[in-house]
Design a protein around this ligand. Structure first.
Ligand SMILES: [Zn+2]
Length: 382
């Protein structure tokens, strides 16, 4: 069997879609007009991703406000915010270029998703001719909706976490029911939890182990056959071509991360300065038996923040290096991150979101080609 290869999920929204989102927030674009733009962007995403040769595709998350806020709000500006939320929550992340992204704040209970990832996926299914994957947000990210200190009146933290886990489980089950072949959980806050940034208080609270436990509380509700197709994505952030935690040593994250009983991991790696060391860490800490199934390690071979297109030979070389530390039966390839996790992103290093889309498809095609080359060299094809 060939080495598996899989995207994280998102693509830059076309400039016309980003303009429609802005118009929707300002009241000059109707919901029907916005939906028409989203439909067109999803169809274009699926068709062009299929044309790369990728064995599994996504709708590019073109309908989502962001990878983290899709269950809660229609747009990043807060249009259509769900019940019991206010816009002024904690900073989820402060990025290297100085910009930040903020989460809503929980004001009461019960906590309920307004939109499930499967609501978007169901619209992509008729557009696709290949298996679809769907990304969902981790409970550990949405745990940050609850104020860091103190208690929400009438709704204590444990009540919230219980509701949150139920909603996250439902989010994953609905994806499979709607036809997803694979579901990956975005866990970008894992590495950030090791950052200890004085400007972003939650990162200094040693929350990584709590995050791992919380995510396992959901993952462990699935049996081994289901978990085989449930993944976890880790990265140092990717927004406006900037990161939020690339300076955190992977050695602080990986031993804990592999305690999650997921069947596969999509890991940023191509932008790491010392890849060999990280391959080695993955080989040491990933588990051949995670409660009844092996953990498959998809290493990042494409950097979505750099407009330079990696070649298939570079992809192949990276996988050959990785295979010296990670058993080839548990090795795969991916992109370091989604190509645009937030809906509003001008992709400054690329020149425009439309140019960044064109480049993304070229990069995915090289990833697919390079992974096939590595499979041949490792004696896995045919
Ligand atoms: Zn990411």
């Amino acid at each position: 069997m060939e080495l598996p290869t899989e995207p994280v999920g998102s693509l830059p929204r076309p400039a016309t879609l980003q303009a429609a989102i802005k118009g929707f927030d300002e009241g000059t674009v109707t919901r029907a007009q916005l939906t028409a733009e989203q439909d067109a962007a999803c169809q274009d995403s699926v068709t062009r991703m299929e044309a790369t040769g990728s064995p599994i595709v996504s709708d590019g998350e073109q309908r989502a406000s962001s990878f983290a806020t899709y269950p809660l709000t229609d747009t990043l500006a807060g249009t259509g915010l769900a019940d019991h939320l206010a816009g002024d929550g904690q900073y989820f992340a402060i990025f290297t270029d100085g910009h930040h992204r903020q989460l809503p704040r929980l004001t009461g209970g019960p906590f309920r998703y307004k939109t499930f990832a499967a609501d978007y996926l169901a619209k992509a299914v008729p557009m696709a001719h290949k298996p679809l994957k769907q990304a969902v947000i981790a409970p550990s990210m949405l745990a940050l909706l609850y104020p860091l200190d103190g208690e929400v009146a009438g709704y204590n933290r444990e009540q919230f976490l219980a509701d949150l886990c139920d909603e996250c489980e439902k989010d994953i089950r609905k994806c499979f029911a709607a036809g997803a072949a694979r579901v990956s959980i975005d866990f970008t806050e894992g590495r950030l939890a090791c950052r200890n940034d004085p400007n972003n208080p939650w990162t200094g609270r040693g929350m990584l182990e709590h995050f791992i436990e919380l995510n396992n509380r959901v993952i462990n509700r699935f049996d081994a056959a289901e978990r085989r197709n449930i993944g976890v994505h880790t990265c140092p952030g990717g927004d406006c071509d900037a990161t939020h935690s690339a300076d955190v040593d992977y050695a602080e994250l990986l031993p804990s991360m592999f305690k999650m009983n997921a069947g596969y991991f999509l890991m940023q790696l191509s932008s790491e300065p010392d890849k060999e060391r990280v391959y080695k860490l993955i080989g040491e800490h990933s588990r051949a038996d995670a409660n009844g199934l092996p953990q498959v390690c998809f290493v990042g071979v494409i950097n979505p923040q750099n407009p330079r297109v990696e070649t298939a030979d570079e992809v192949c070389d990276a996988l050959m290096s990785a295979s010296r530390h990670i058993p080839k039966e548990r090795l795969g390839s991916t992109d370091d991150c989604g190509f645009s996790p937030f809906s509003v992103d001008v992709k400054p290093k690329h020149g425009s979101p439309d140019i960044a889309r064109d480049i993304a498809f070229q990069k995915i095609a090289e990833r697919v080609k390079g992974t096939r080359l590595a499979s041949e060299r490792l004696g896995l094809s045919g």
